[in-house]
Design a binder for this molecule. Structure first.
Ligand code: MGD
Ligand code: MGD
Ligand code: MO
Length: 760
């Protein structure tokens, strides 16, 4: 067996240039690049008006990332990549029925992700009828009717799966999960399954809640911040301002990453005069260039050294006694740690780790921030549990300046989970739903992303509905996933923009075009707003101002209500009332979801409100033991066979997940191309390869299937030895469906064993 994904016909990197990686992030070129993009897509006046509204108190929530806004909002509280996300949505380009008449679905399947996204906003519902080569227009009523017919024809509600991406508002997400559960299934896979699921799993088990425990202010108060497995310069640019503030208040920063990412090193703040001309602020005081997947070993080493330290305050005995369980087993396991394994797994020296311990001992309060570099490995859950051990040892949870900070991705991914988008809902959530709506929700766990793909592949899921996102491109094992999607009877995508998930369809397919964040949402009772929850559990309102991209668009809430009315015979809820007035949805939420009492009043306050978090607020840990759990996490070193490298798949500076804005990765020195693979010069030499050469990436996995991504330019790059990096989604073809994290079942997108085969 083999699978392969060649570049699409329109991909052209004949102008590809590779220069030196940058040593600092943001500053004037960042904002200039942002404005250039926005002007091209929106025109100057529309761009200026729209960008002024990003993250303002009466404006809309930036669809870019989930980093919180904070108290002090600058007029330009947006960043380069936020501006690109806004321009992408507020573009004046349109995809019309003529476009679909001109291009067959198969032709669209030949196009690159970038080309598809650049065609503009979707404008009316479209259907691909069975056997037809084209999409054609369809009325909303016919579209809803078709979904209802197909859903009701299934022999079980579990034969359908309902995906959610993380931009969906709280209101739409709540209505959606209600519809799906009233229909009768918990098959609610979401983008979290590929993203921070490992964080949620590890944190729920250890501290009792799957969310971060710090607020913005805690970063400023921290003595030491670890930024682990995260590239904030590209993916959370506004976080750099928070890190800069912290530095000015005297915080030390330790960055842990195989790549010396520009945003970790130095920041030039465009909103400060000195940011324009000066050298900017140095961010990381210490850079630990760790091997991919070495973090479990690193934190175990720090923990062992804390336990063995002569410093009487190295561990916080009082906190451990009062608030934690499992210390004895944890201590015994930690003391048995093998240093040779640590050095092999991390690629660091003992001196580097000892020096880091010095930073730790000098710090009264510590925050650990992390993102995909920790969550997308086989051992991600044990790794994050070990980070929790590390913080608990010194009582670094539940007091100012200290805590866990998983930095979330999509702008409302955390809120969607709070609203019940979860294939394994807590029983208490279902009880509250039952009490509010008077129906018995399904109790059996549903399918996550990987299991949904398996079920579609095996003919067990026959109808797929995607609330946003780009399921086909975001998921692993592209060839397998595409074949699985094609086996469905009906696939439905609720989308703002065209993407490959519209081109790889089931027997029948629907495109249901929806409003974006930036747009006015007017329903029967007047103008509506929605709400979102950021990475730190702050909930606030979001109001779009722009005229909708087309009069035929419906909001996500209206689409869910339309689907529910058409599908459900004895409905437990008044869908028309919810559609007409989102306050009605919020009233339901206030009675079902803890922390949302008086939702309608509080969300109208100027800055919204903060959700309760027991460990952060009261050092209470709602776990099985009633305490914070220290855990024992066996260390297995991931050994890569001779002549192979460990590949991670990352974002370039010019993409938002599967949306490709442009072909540059400015901070890493790449221009006009995406098929590049970053390899340490020492590894290139050892493999007999040279910078500038072309190779196929071939992934090796125990199932013996050959997965190949051909034609990548080798780039000699200062990454850790034995490691390589390339961009997704082009490399998703290399990630085996069955290669997932323990417990969380997240695809191992950051550790794929590959060989580099010189292209012939
Ligand atoms: N502009 C823009 N913003 C975005 C996104 C986007 O695509 N574009 N995506 C959004 C989403 S959904 C998310 S989840 C976030 C993602 O934000 P990030 O997690 O920053 O995104 P990645 O590009 O996956 O970068 C992973 C980082 O972890 C490092 N890393 C990889 N493996 C390891 C490891 O084993 N150990 C350590 N210590 N480091 C490792 C990589 O070198 C890289 O710096 O960004 C969000 N914001
Ligand atoms: N190899 C590899 N794979 C990965 C990752 C990785 O690091 N490596 N990262 C994973 C991560 S962290 C994530 S979060 C997933 C992302 O997975 P997804 O969330 O599924 O993917 P996106 O690319 O963010 O989705 C983009 C599409 O969303 C639609 N859209 C945008 N805004 C809206 C809106 O407001 N409403 C609606 N209905 N639709 C909208 C547009 O049609 C757009 O084409 O990818 C994962 N895949
Ligand atoms: Mo994500």
């Amino acid at each position: 067996m083999s699978s392969r994904e060649a570049p699409r016909a329109d991909y052209d990197d004949s102008a590809l240039e590779v220069g030196k990686p940058k040593e600092w992030a943001a500053g004037v070129p960042g904002v200039a690049a942002a404005l250039r993009d926005s002007y091209e897509q929106m025109g100057v006046r529309r761009a200026a008006l729209t960008l002024l509204r990003v993250n303002q108190k009466k404006g809309f929530d930036c669809p870019g990332c989930a980093w919180p806004e904070g108290e002090r909002r600058h007029t330009a509280e947006f960043c380069e990549n936020g501006a690109k996300a806004v321009a992408e949505e507020a573009t004046t380009r349109r995809v019309t029925r003529d476009f679909f008449a001109e291009h067959t679905v198969d032709e669209l399947g030949e196009r690159s992700d970038m080309w598809l996204g650049q065609q503009g906003r979707l404008t009316e519902p479209m259907i691909r009828r069975a056997g037809s080569a084209h999409y054609e227009p369809v009325s909303w009523d016919e579209a809803f009717g078709l979904v209802a017919t197909e859903l009701n024809a299934l022999d079980s509600p579990d034969r359908a799966a309902f995906y959610t991406s993380g931009r969906t508002s709280n209101e739409a997400a709540f209505a959606y999960q209600l519809f799906v559960r009233a229909f009768g299934t918990n098959n609610l896979p979401d983008c979290s399954n590929m993203c921070h699921e490992s964080s949620g799993s590890a944190l729920t088990e250890t501290i009792g809640i799957g969310k971060g425990s710090v607020l913005l202010d805690d970063l400023r108060k921290a003595d030491l911040i670890f930024v682990v497995g995260q590239n904030p310069g590209t993916n959370h640019p506004r976080m750099l301002s928070a890190l800069e503030d912290a530095k000015r208040a005297g915080t030390r920063i330790v960055a842990v990453n195989p790549l010396p990412e520009a945003g970790l090193m130095r920041f030039k703040n465009p909103q400060r005069p000195s940011g324009v001309a000066g050298k900017g602020t140095a961010l990381a005081d210490r850079f630990l260039q760790i091997r991919l997947n070495g973090d479990l070993a690193l934190f175990q080493a720090l923990n062992r050294m804390l336990l063995e330290s002569d410093d009487p305050d190295a561990v916080d005995r009082a906190f451990l006694d009062e608030h934690t369980a499992g210390f004895a087993a944890f201590e015994e396991h930690s003391r048995a740690l093998d240093w040779d394994q640590v050095l092999e797994a991390t690629g660091l020296t003992r001196d580097e780790i000892a020096a880091t311990l010095g930073d730790v001992l000098a710090a009264k309060s510590i925050v650990v921030c992390w993102a995909m570099g920790l969550t997308q490995h086989r051992n991600s859950v044990p790794t994050i549990r070990e980070v929790v051990n590390f913080l608990l040892l010194r009582g670094n949870i539940g007091r100012p300046g200290a805590g866990v900070c998983p930095v979330r991705g999509h702008s409302n991914v955390q809120g969607d989970r709070t609203m019940g988008i979860f294939e394994r809902p807590r029983p208490e959530f279902l009880d509250a739903l039952a009490a509010e709506f008077g129906f018995e929700p399904p109790r059996a766990h549903g399918l996550d992303v990987v299991d949904t793909i398996r079920a579609m592949r095996d003919g067990k899921v026959r109808v797929f509905v995607g609330m946003g996102g780009n399921f086909i491109r975001a998921t692993p094992d592209s060839a397998v996933t595409e074949a699985a999607m094609r086996r469905c009877r009906l696939t439905v995508q609720v989308s703002t923009k065209l993407n490959r998930s519209h081109a790889v369809t089931g027997g029948q397919a629907l495109i249901l075009p929806t409003l974006g964040r930036t747009e006015r949402d007017v329903q029967a009772t007047g103008a509506q707003f929605v709400s979102v929850e950021d990475s730190m559990g702050m909930v606030h309102a979001s109001r779009g101002r722009l005229a909708p991209a087309s009069p035929a668009l419906k909001s996500e809430v209206a689409i869910v209500c339309g689907l529910a009315r058409a599908t459900l015979k004895d409905s437990p809820a008044d869908w028309s009332a919810m559609e007409d007035d989102y306050d009605v949805v919020r009233d339901h939420i206030s009675r079902v979801v803890p922390g949302f009492a008086d939702f309608n009043a509080r969300v109208r306050g100027p800055a919204g409100f903060t959700l309760p978090h027991a460990p952060r607020d009261e050092r209470r840990f709602p776990t099985a033991t009633g305490k914070a759990n220290l855990t024992v996490n066996p260390l297995e070193v991931l050994r890569v066979p001779e002549g192979r490298l460990l590949l991670q798949t990352v974002r370039s500076h010019d993409q938002y997940n599967t949306t490709i804005y442009g072909m540059d990765d400015r901070y890493r020195g790449v221009r006009a191309g995406r098929r590049v693979v970053f390899v340490n010069p020492g590894d290139l030499a050892a493999l007999g390869l040279a910078d500038g050469g072309t190779v196929d990436l071939v992934s090796e996995w125990e199932d013996g299937v050959e997965r190949r991504a051909p034609g990548f330019r080798l780039v000699a790059y200062p990454t850790a030895r034995g490691c390589a990096a390339a961009y997704f989604p082009e490399t998703n073809v290399l990630v085996p469906l069955d290669s997932t994290a323990q417990v969380s079942n997240t695809p191992t997108s950051k550790s794929i064993v590959v060989r580099l085969e010189p292209a012939v």
